[in-house]
Design a protein around this ligand. Structure first.
Ligand SMILES: Cc1cc2nc3c(=O)[nH]c(=O)nc-3n(C[C@H](O)[C@H](O)[C@H](O)COP(=O)(O)O)c2cc1C
Length: 203
């Protein structure tokens, strides 16, 4: 197997490592706070990540206070509860299924685009989930770029979290993400990754 072709990449090696090679999923965090300015800086970095029709369906609810966190904990799987209680910040990542309402502003060169989706709630939800998932990927890398670690979690009762935090019915909660500085015991063993030949085919 040849060495990674680092020199073919535009980012310097330290940035590559911070964002990708050395980055890990954190399972424990220090109590150092993650402040509003840091989250704004991450948003500013990732806001231009592309989505279909520029729809940008991701909505983020930040849970910082202990009472806010306490409302979330009952909906988590047991393995996710303690690390979430101990994280300085937890982001609830949701998709707005009525994202098409913003198309006149976000996709202005197609004035009728909103109307294409009004009668298709199932298609809208599928698009919302797909594009918000892409945005979650951008966000995860943005957290790393800020020198922080992310702990994404799908192990929770999504319907319960939607009832608790999004009673308007227009949001689907896709993922939770703890964000903070990793504690010394934050890491699990690195799991194997698929090789190039297992993932990529060229015709
Ligand atoms: C969408 C998603 C859902 C995940 N859900 C959970 C979860 O519920 N609980 C958990 O402990 N880890 C969860 N993880 C963490 C993954 O297991 C972890 O990111 C993966 O094994 C890679 O770990 P590494 O970044 O340290 O190599 C999730 C990760 C992602 C991206």
């Amino acid at each position: 197997m040849s060495a990674p072709a680092t020199e073919l990449l535009a980012l310097d090696r330290a940035a590559q490592d911070l964002l990708f090679r050395a980055a890990r999923t954190a399972n424990a965090f220090t109590d150092e706070p993650v402040d509003e300015e840091q989250v704004r800086a991450i948003h500013d970095l990732v806001r231009n990540g592309p989505t279909a029709m520029n729809a940008q369906p991701l909505r983020v609810l930040l849970l910082r206070s202990a009472p806010a966190r306490a409302r979330l904990l009952p909906y988590l799987s047991s393995g996710n509860r303690d690390k979430t209680a101990g994280a300085p910040l937890t982001a609830v990542l949701a998709a707005d299924v009525d994202w098409h309402d913003r198309l006149p502003e976000l996709f202005p060169h197609r004035p009728g685009a909103r109307d294409w989706f009004t009668g298709d709630p199932a298609g809208r939800e599928a698009q919302a989930r797909f594009n918000a998932a892409l945005q979650i990927g951008y966000l995860l890398i943005g957290v790393r770029a800020a020198g922080l670690a992310a702990g994404p979690m799908a192990g929770f009762d999504a319907a319960g979290v939607e009832r608790e935090f999004f009673p308007d019915g227009r949001h689907r909660v896709l993922l939770l993400m703890n964000i903070g500085r990793p504690a010394p015991d934050a890491w699990r063993e690195r799991l194997p990754r698929l090789d190039y030949a297992e993932v990529v085919r060229t015709l």
